[in-house]
Design a protein around this ligand. Structure first.
Ligand code: SF4
Length: 381
């Protein structure tokens, strides 16, 4: 089944493996209401023993994260995948692009399993290989590609990571974005930052001291990104027009509202939030930094947190001596992260125990080679 650009594909249906969008689960999942599900998960995990490693992203549900051997943000989990060589199966409880990175960074004997193939990322889908190649051709035509280094957020497909490696760039995460941009500007005049405009803009302006006028926004749906030649020539940061639909929900109004509702509250947000939100917050930081900052704060501290709700709820549970509230008034889960649930994890583990390898994520050799260059460049920084 081929999916044309712009066509809607419902999560959990179809089979567009080239996309971060939903695909169907091929197996017989245990019902979520099955009373013995946790026992089945415990038994399957024990039977797999050291043959398996379960990696769990911080945005995963509690029912899944309790089985993770290592929890972390995308940077920490990429490091964990790169550093371990013994587990035969790596169950990646996160989203598709993270499992691709784990496959690229592990040996060919290790197999990476994504329990639900519908766990994609809408931000990663906002930059396709064709669009990025066209952008680079336009920059070449203008004579600025040779002065430009691509820096690509981890939240991107392997194809975009490969483009980055092939053009001398690096991958970054929200934990190391400043370091990677400093590295890039030591090599070149301009950075093409893919695919999250907000992380790129926030890091360039708030950490590197560039101005908002140094940044332009490349719209992949318009000829020449919707920019004039002068705008492109004058820019230091060419930001791709992508964003996270979860972090994009937080607004200045959410911050004003929580400051009124909870006197003395400190606001901490993820750098994928809009620039005005990050400017108005007290602290900005990666998922790991948010966890460390809130955990290390004194008893009685009050925090409003602008990131995914599973993580915020867990921080509230783990820090009962602090007042922790969610920055938005409405529920704000990452719907694709939430695709991984206990039935999918149990099904994947039991299938492998029965000798059927399911939902393996395998990146094509050439794409993997160039992606690895860019990922290793990041890990070396
Ligand atoms: S939280 Fe945002 S960036 Fe992260 S996986 Fe979900 S949609 Fe993608």
């Amino acid at each position: 089944m081929s999916i044309s650009l712009g066509e809607l594909l419902l999560l959990g249906q179809g089979s567009d493996l080239a996309s971060e969008r939903g695909v169907s689960c091929t197996g017989e999942l245990p019902p979520a209401s099955e009373p013995g599900l946790v026992e089945r998960a415990i038994a399957a995990r024990a039977a797999l023993g050291s043959r398996a490693l379960i990696l769990g992203h911080h945005y995963q549900r509690d029912e899944v994260i309790q089985f993770a051997d290592i929890t972390g943000d995308s940077f920490k989990l990429a490091q964990a995948a790169a550093e371990q060589s013994s587990a035969e199966f790596i169950f990646f409880c996160g989203v598709h692009f993270m499992a691709e990175s784990a496959d690229i960074l592990t040996s060919s004997k290790q197999r990476v399993i994504l329990p639900d193939l519908a766990a994609g990322c809408s931000m990663a889908d906002m930059a396709t290989a064709n669009q990025v190649n066209q952008c680079w051709k336009d920059l070449e035509k203008l004579g600025v590609a040779s002065k430009t280094v691509p820096v690509t957020y981890m939240n991107s497909s392997a194809a975009i990571k490969a483009f980055t490696g092939e053009h001398g760039g690096t991958i970054c995460t929200s934990s190391n974005a400043q370091k990677t941009l400093e590295w890039a500007f030591a090599k070149a005049e301009k950075v093409l930052f893919l695919p999250d405009q907000h992380l790129g803009r926030n890091t360039a302006v708030l950490s590197l001291g560039l101005s908002l006028d140094d940044c332009v926004l490349w719209n992949p749906w318009k000829p020449m990104g919707g920019l004039t030649e002068d705008e492109i020539r004058g820019a230091k940061m060419i930001l791709w027009r992508g964003h996270c639909s979860v972090h994009g929900r937080f607004t200045r109004e959410s911050i004003q509202e929580v400051r009124t509702r909870v006197p003395g509250v400190q606001v901490i947000v993820h750098p994928e939030c809009q620039h005005e939100v990050v400017v108005d917050a007290d602290v900005v930081g990666s998922t790991e930094k948010i966890i460390q900052t809130v955990t290390a704060s004194p008893a009685g501290s009050k925090w409003a947190i602008g990131t995914e709700l599973n993580l915020v709820s867990r921080l509230a549970q783990n820090n009962p001596d602090k007042e922790i509230v969610f920055l938005d008034k409405t529920v704000c889960y990452c719907s694709t992260m939430n695709r991984i649930d206990l039935p999918h994890l149990v099904w994947a583990m039991e299938s492998i125990l029965a000798g059927h390898i399911v939902n393996e994520i395998k990146v094509e050799e050439k794409v993997a080679r160039f992606s690895k260059l860019a990922l290793e460049q990041m890990l070396a920084l």
